[in-house]
Design a protein. Structure first.
Lengths: 387, 259
C-alpha cells in the first residue's frame, strides 16, 4: 500500500480548523472508492455531510415539485414565486389568485408533507427492521402491522359502521392504528414466548402467522359485506389524496418520536450485523435493542399506515437504494433512508394525480409499480455477491 | 492480567448434556488448550464462559462472578473468537475491527477518536492495514480470520477465548496467528483458552491441555501426559504415533496400518 496512508498518523492532534487536511485526504480516498482513512474523522464526516446535503436537497426539490404539479390550480411556474412572496420581507407579484392559493396551501401542501412524513417513516422503519432482523428483505409490515391496519379499517367500514358513525374523529385511522398495535403485540408475545429470546426467527414466523390470521378474518368479514369492498380497498391501497392538515398534525408526533428513537440506535444496528450472539459477546444489550427498535418502528409504521393506508415497497426499495449508493453502515443508511424515503414518496405521488386525471391512481399502486422491479434488481445484485 | 476460574460450569441443550460440571483455574498469562473430538463440549464450554449459551455453575474473573457483571463489563473482560464468525460482506475491515471497541461505548454513544486509533493500531500490529478499507466479502478466508482475531484484540480484554482459531488457515497463517497470540500473551499477560483440532499445535502452544470427551474432561495436564497414543486411540478412535522431540515438543502423527 502507498505510504500516504501511514503518513497521516491517527495520533496527530488536529487543530480546530482542519480544512486543508480535508482537501488533502479526501481526493486520495475518493478514487479508490474506499472511504475514510482509519483514525481520521474529518473525511468521513465530510463524506457523510455530502450525503446528508444531497438528501436534504432532494427533499426540498421534491416538495417544490409536489406543490407545483397538479390537475388544478395555478400554473406551475407561479408557485415558487408565490412561495417566495410569502417569505417575510420579500414581495413578488406571482399572479396567484386566492382560490389558487387555497389549492396550494390546503390541498397540495398537506398532501406533499404527509407523503414526505409517511415515506420517511416507512423507509426508516424498513431499514431498522432489516438491521434488527439481519434480513435484507424484511419490510415495515413484517410483524403484522399491515394486516392489522387493514383489519381495523375493515371493521370500521362494516360491523362497526353504525357504532362509529357519530365519532368526532375519522374512525378508520384510529381503528387501523389500534388493531395494528394489537396484532404486533400478539406477534411479539407469541414469538417471545416460544422463541429462545436470542433468536429472532420465531418472531418473524409469528409475524407471518398473525398476519395470515388477521387477513383471514378480514377476508371473512369482507365476503359477508361485499358492498363495501371497494371502499375498503380504496382505503387500503393508500390515500394521500385526501390528506388534510389534521392528518399531518396527527402523525407528526409519532413520526418524530419514533424516528428519533430509531436514529439513536443506528450504531447498535451496525453491531447487530455480526449476528446476535457475537453482538452479545461484544457487550451489546441485544434483547433491549431489539425490543426498543421493533416497538419504535412499529409505532411509527402503525401511525402512518392509519392515515395513509398501506403503501408498499417504500420500506424495502429505499433502504436498498441507499445501501447500494452510500454503503451499508446503518449510521448512514438510517438517516439517508429517512430523507430519501420522503423524497421517494413525494415524487411517487405526483404521477398518480396527473396521469389518469381527474381520477387518482392509488399511491400504493404507483409505489408497487416502481418498487417491484426494483426489488427484482436488488435480488439480482445480492445473488451475484458471495454470501 | 486476570485469573479465570470455572466452577462446575455445565451446559445442556434440552435433555442432552453437552458439558458435565467442569472446574478449572486458568492463571493469569496461562494458555489452556481444549482438545477432544467433535461434539465433545469444547465450544459449549467457551460459549458458556462468554455467556451466549445458558449454563449452570459460575465463571469468575479475579474472584468476581461474571454473572454479576454488566454485558459491557463482561465484554471488556473476555474476548471471544467464534468458530464460524458471521462476516458482514459489505463491512470494511476497519469498521469490523472497530466493533471490538463496543464494550467501551455508552448506549447512545459513538466511537471516540481513541477507539478509532486503537482499532487502527491493532490493524497495524497484525499487518492488516491493507484490508482496512476493503470489503470483508472480497477477502479470503484466512484474511477474514485474522480480522476476527484483530477484532477480539481490539476489545483489550485480559482473557481471550479462541474457538478453532486456525481451522480456516493454511499452515503458514496458522503459525502466524498462533505466534501472534503467544506474543501478546507474553507482552500483555493475556490469559488464553483455545479449542483446537490440531493436537500437535495444541500441545505446542498451550501450557496445559484438557481433553474433553462427550462433555466430560477425561484427561488434563501437560501435553506430554495428555497426548499419548493409547489415550487418543480411546477417545478419538484414531491410530497415531506420538513422537517426542528432544526440545520437548510432542508431535502427533496419524498412522496408517498397512497389511
Amino acid at each position: 500500500m502507498p505510504s500516504s496512508r501511514s503518513s497521516s498518523p491517527p495520533a496527530e492532534p488536529r487543530p480546530a480548523g482542519a480544512a486543508p487536511d480535508d482537501v488533502a485526504v479526501t481526493p486520495a480516498a475518493g478514487p479508490a472508492g474506499a472511504g475514510a482513512t482509519p483514525g481520521t474523522v474529518t473525511p468521513e464526516l465530510a463524506r457523510n455531510g455530502r450525503w446528508y446535503a444531497a438528501g436534504i436537497a432532494s427533499v426540498v426539490l421534491a416538495v417544490l415539485a409536489g406543490v407545483m404539479i397538479g390537475p388544478a390550480g395555478p400554473a406551475w411556474w407561479r408557485v415558487p414565486l408565490e412561495l417566495l412572496d410569502r417569505l417575510p420581507l420579500v414581495s413578488v407579484d406571482s399572479g396567484v389568485s386566492d382560490i389558487e392559493w387555497n389549492i396550494l396551501w390546503s390541498v397540495r401542501m398537506p398532501r406533499v408533507l404527509l407523503g414526505g412524513l409517511v415515506g420517511a417513516m416507512l423507509a426508516l422503519a424498513g431499514a431498522s427492521y432489516q438491521g434488527v432482523f439481519r434480513n435484507p428483505l424484511v419490510e415495515p409490515y413484517l410483524l403484522g402491522a399491515a394486516a392489522g391496519a387493514g383489519l381495523g379499517a375493515t371493521l370500521v367500514f362494516t360491523v362497526m359502521r353504525s357504532a362509529t358513525q357519530d365519532w368526532p374523529v375519522d374512525p378508520a385511522p384510529a381503528a387501523a392504528f389500534a388493531v395494528a398495535i394489537i396484532t404486533v403485540t400478539v406477534t411479539y408475545l407469541v414469538g417471545g414466548t416460544f422463541g429462545s429470546g436470542r433468536s429472532s426467527v420465531t418472531l418473524v414466523l409469528a409475524g407471518v402467522a398473525v398476519s395470515a390470521l388477521a387477513s383471514a378474518i378480514q377476508t371473512f368479514i369482507l365476503q359477508r359485506n361485499v358492498d363495501v369492498v371497494r371502499e375498503v380497498f380504496t382505503w387500503i391501497l393508500g390515500r394521500l389524496s385526501t390528506a388534510r392538515w389534521a392528518d399531518v398534525r396527527l402523525v407528526v408526533p409519532y413520526v418524530a418520536v419514533s424516528s428519533l428513537v430509531l436514529l439513536a440506535h443506528r450504531r447498535h444496528l451496525d453491531v447487530f450485523r455480526v449476528g446476535e450472539d457475537e453482538a452479545t459477546t461484544l457487550g451489546a444489550p441485544v434483547a433491549r435493542v431489539r425490543l426498543v427498535v421493533v416497538v419504535a418502528a412499529t409505532l411509527g409504521t402503525a401511525a402512518v399506515v392509519s392515515v395513509s393506508g398501506l403503501i408498499g415497497f417504500v420500506g424495502i426499495a429505499v433502504p436498498h437504494l441507499v445501501r447500494l449508493v452510500a454503503g451499508a453502515s446503518y449510521r448512514r443508511v438510517l438517516p439517508l433512508s429517512f430523507l430519501f424515503g420522503a423524497t421517494f414518496l413525494i415524487v411517487a405521488d405526483i404521477p398518480g394525480r396527473v396521469l389518469t386525471k381527474p381520477a387518482e391512481t392509488p399511491i400504493g399502486v404507483v409505489t408497487a409499480f416502481l418498487g417491484a422491479p426494483f426489488l427484482i434488481l436488488v435480488l439480482r445484485t445480492s445473488a451475484r455477491r458471495p454470501s | 492480567m486476570s485469573t479465570l476460574e470455572l466452577r462446575d460450569v455445565a451446559v445442556s441443550y434440552g435433555r442432552r448434556e453437552a458439558l458435565v460440571p467442569f472446574s478449572e483455574t486458568v492463571r493469569s498469562g496461562e494458555w489452556l488448550g481444549l482438545i477432544g473430538p467433535n461434539g465433545a463440549g469444547k465450544s459449549s464450554l467457551l460459549r458458556a464462559i462468554v455467556g451466549v449459551v445458558e449454563a449452570r455453575g459460575d465463571v469468575l474473573v479475579d474472584g468476581v462472578s461474571l454473572a454479576s457483571c454488566s454485558r459491557r463489563r463482561r465484554a471488556a473482560l473476555v474476548a471471544y473468537v467464534p468458530q464460524s464468525p458471521t462476516i458482514p460482506d459489505d463491512m470494511t475491515g476497519f469498521e469490523y475491527v472497530l466493533l471490538g471497541r463496543s464494550p467501551y461505548i455508552g448506549y447512545f454513544g459513538t466511537e471516540r477518536r481513541e477507539d478509532k486509533e486503537k482499532a487502527a493500531a491493532v490493524l497495524e500490529r497484525l499487518e492488516l492495514q491493507d484490508f482496512a478499507q476493503r470489503r470483508l466479502g472480497a477477502l479470503s478466508g484466512g484474511e477474514r480470520q485474522r480480522l476476527v482475531i484483530a477484532r477480539a484484540l481490539a476489545q483489550e480484554a485480559p482473557i481471550l477465548l479462541l474457538d478453532e482459531p486456525t481451522s480456516a488457515l493454511d499452515i503458514g497463517h496458522q503459525q502466524q496467528a498462533l505466534e501472534l497470540v503467544a506474543r501478546l500473551r507474553e507482552e500483555q499477560g493475556l490469559t488464553v483458552i483455545s479449542a483446537m483440532h490440531d493436537l500437535t499445535l495444541a500441545g505446542l502452544y498451550s501450557d496445559r491441555l484438557a481433553l474433553l470427551h462427550e462433555g466430560q474432561c477425561v484427561a488434563r495436564g501437560a501435553a506430554v501426559d495428555v497426548l499419548q497414543a493409547e489415550t487418543l486411540a480411546e477417545f478419538y478412535g484414531v491410530r497415531v504415533t506420538v513422537h517426542h522431540d528432544p526440545d520437548g515438543t510432542v508431535v502427533v502423527i496419524p498412522r496408517r496400518d498397512t497389511l
